[in-house]
Design a protein around this ligand. Structure first.
Ligand SMILES: Nc1nc2c(ncn2[C@@H]2O[C@H](COP(=O)(O)OP(=O)(O)OP(=O)(O)O)[C@@H](O)[C@H]2O)c(=O)[nH]1
Ligand SMILES: [Mg+2]
Length: 198
């Protein structure tokens, strides 16, 4: 059984740049995807209640490898490099995209993709493409509106409605400043892993 306190015992496991290096431990995995700078790495630090276990930055493009975090030997949280970052070469962008797409489609241990979208903006074209692609590939995903401490309650209500038009599934809201939301997300991950028979 996975509990809230397991998240507090998370540790860095490994970084990979190629699908052939995915974990051979038979633990379930959940992955965090989304545009550069949307707050994926910060969200993981909040889940783990650690300040700097996962490297974050105010400049986009911080996470460049697929980073595995071992959650008390029960499952892995995987931090993915962000997409939609303009300031990298076309070659590198294509390599990242390949790396992310093959990770998400070929990884049998992967139970859920949490796709973060910035609550301050409309969905970007790259977000829409990502959602369409995940649907096309029949992948399990959940949308998370990030950084909601930066918007008003009214704006949030509007964004929740907007995001619902892209996915009929439950949408989550998140801010690393709100412990209730951190707890809710932990519980959601626990429920998602349970419902995938793990
Ligand atoms: N106010 C606020 N700022 C946040 C929140 N989450 C992240 N940030 C800030 O947003 C910036 C980017 O956060 P990261 O967690 O590094 O974003 P990322 O999605 O991992 O970015 P890449 O690794 O480049 O893909 C940092 O300056 C964070 O402090 C949040 O919930 N609220
Ligand atoms: Mg990151």
């Amino acid at each position: 059984m996975i509990t809230q306190t397991d998240f507090l015992k998370a540790a860095f496991f490994k970084s990979i740049s190629n699908i052939s290096q995915i974990s051979n431990k038979s633990l379930p995995e959940v992955a965090f995807a989304g545009r550069s700078n949307v707050g994926k790495s910060s969200l993981l630090n909040a889940l783990f209640q650690r300040k700097n276990l996962v490297k974050t930055s105010s400049t986009p493009g911080k996470t460049q490898l697929i980073n595995y975090f071992d959650v008390n030997n029960k499952f892995f949280c995987v931090d993915l490099p962000g997409y939609g970052y303009a300031k990298i070469s076309k070659d590198k962008k294509a390599t990242w995209q390949n790396m992310i797409e093959s990770f998400l489609t070929k990884n049998k241990q992967l139970k859920m993709i949490y796709l973060l979208v910035d609550s301050r903006h409309e969905l970007m074209k790259s977000d829409e493409e990502m959602i369409a692609w995940m649907k096309y590939c029949n992948l399990n995903f959940t949308l998370i509106l990030s950084k909601i401490d930066k918007i008003s309650k009214n704006e949030l209500a509007h964004k929740v409605t907007l995001v619902k038009s892209y996915s009929d599934k439950n949408t989550l809201s998140f801010s690393f400043k709100n412990m209730n939301l951190v707890n809710t997300l932990r519980n959601q991950i626990i429920t998602d892993l349970k419902s995938m028979h793990m």
